[in-house]
Structures are given as structure tokens and as C-alpha cells.
Design a protein around this ligand. Structure first.
Ligand SMILES: [Ca+2]
Ligand SMILES: [Ca+2]
Length: 145
């Protein structure tokens, strides 16, 4: 089985209920082999995952091992991992620019509290202060699950 996914993502493969996994290379290419399959049809399920519990969609293939055929190849498997994009009204709070609005961003704000970074001036009154922090927190609480 060969295909592509995100660089260095871990590809999980389940063949007939037996799980295996392999890390894709730096270009996102992966090659996985399953040995000793019986004749007949086999269900193959693939899913790639990255840190921060980002997963690709699951893909399923059915491959048939025929008599006399030594190698059956499934190629061109694509397992893209979408990076979730932050809603536009939350992007300004993504202070460390990792594509997510989380606790790390709040810590960054606190580190530069009363600082000069006008990127943190969420209400555009020319000061970074408690009112900006409360704006950030109220958005954070409204998105926290
Ligand atoms: Ca962030
Ligand atoms: Ca302000």
C-alpha cells in the first residue's frame, strides 16, 4: 500500500482487524506491507494522524488476493490532514500563530501584560490592559468545550 499524507504523519492500517502503523517520511510518502494474507477479499482501513490529535479521514479499500498472485498493490492512497482554520473573529487571539486559539495564547498575553505589543489591543483603545484580557477570556470561554 503506498500513498501520501502529511509529512511525518503516522499512518494506521488495519487489515482484517489486525492493526499496524508506520510513519510517513518527510515528504509525506508512505509504504506499508501486509504479509501472508489468505486468498480472497480483505478489508483495509487506513487513517493518518499527527500530534494534537489531528486525524485524516478514514479510507477503506477492499483488495482481493487471487491464486498465483504474489503481490497485490494498492497505490495512490491519499490521506490529507486538514489543519482546522480558526474562525475570522478568533484569529486575532491566536497570538502564537499556531492556527488555534488556546491556553498558550492566553499565557502569551499574560507575559506581555501591560506591554507594548499593540497586537494585543483587542478593543483598539491604544492600551493593552484588563479590558483586552477580559475580551480574550470571554471569547476563550465561549469556544471552550
Ligand atoms: Ca494559538
Ligand atoms: Ca485595549
Amino acid at each position: 500500500m503506498t500513498g501520501t499524507t502529511a509529512p511525518n504523519a503516522v499512518v494506521h492500517v488495519v487489515v482484517d482487524g489486525v492493526e499496524n502503523y508506520q510513519q510517513a517520511d518527510g515528504a509525506g510518502n508512505f509504504t506499508i506491507q501486509a504479509w501472508g494474507l489468505d486468498l480472497g477479499q480483505h478489508l483495509i482501513t487506513l487513517q493518518a494522524s499527527e500530534g494534537n490529535s489531528k486525524d485524516s479521514q478514514q479510507k477503506q479499500y477492499i483488495t482481493t488476493v487471487s491464486p498465483g498472485v504474489v503481490t497485490t498493490t494498492v497505490s495512490g492512497i491519499e490521506l490529507p490532514i486538514d489543519t482546522p482554520t480558526l474562525p475570522a473573529n478568533l484569529q486575532r487571539f491566536d497570538l502564537n500563530h499556531d492556527g488555534q486559539f488556546g491556553f498558550q495564547d492566553i499565557l502569551l498575553f499574560l507575559e506581555d501584560y501591560h506591554g507594548s505589543n499593540m497586537e494585543f489591543d483587542f478593543n483598539h483603545d491604544g492600551r493593552v490592559d484588563l479590558s483586552d484580557f477580559s475580551i480574550m477570556i470571554s471569547y476563550y470561554l465561549s469556544t471552550a468545550r
